[in-house]
Design a protein around this ligand. Structure first.
Ligand SMILES: [Zn+2]
Length: 111
């Protein structure tokens, strides 16, 4: 079974903690290997967030996605954001991933 965004994020957090704990007494190569793993996992998370999102209607580049912590009515939630990193004012947000993808496809997605 493919890991969920939460499971991937958990792995990122674990690796970051490992890296930060070792940063003073490990060779640079060990830290760099951890950093590469972290970047790979973060790219995997991004790919999951934009699943189903169309390329940018302006420039044709793939959409970029991220998930942020937010608070609504004192409850912690996630906010999903999708946009084009090459074009200005293309970011859309929603509290669900599917919602953000739908908004993106309607407003900035290539038909
Ligand atoms: Zn664009």
């Amino acid at each position: 079974m493919k890991p969920t965004i939460d499971q991937l994020q958990e792995q990122v957090n674990t690796l970051k903690a490992q890296r930060d704990a070792q940063v003073t007494d490990q060779p640079q190569a060990v830290i760099e290997a951890l950093n590469r793993q972290i970047i790979d996992l973060q790219n995997e998370i991004t790919a999951k967030i934009v699943e189903g999102a169309l390329p940018c209607v302006n420039c044709g580049n793939p959409a970029h996605g991220l998930r942020q912590n937010a608070v609504i009515k004192n409850s912690p939630i996630y906010m999903f954001e999708i946009g084009c990193i090459h074009c200005k004012d293309t970011r859309v947000q929603d509290v669900s991933r599917e919602g953000a993808v739908a908004k993106w496809n309607q407003t900035h997605g290539a038909a």
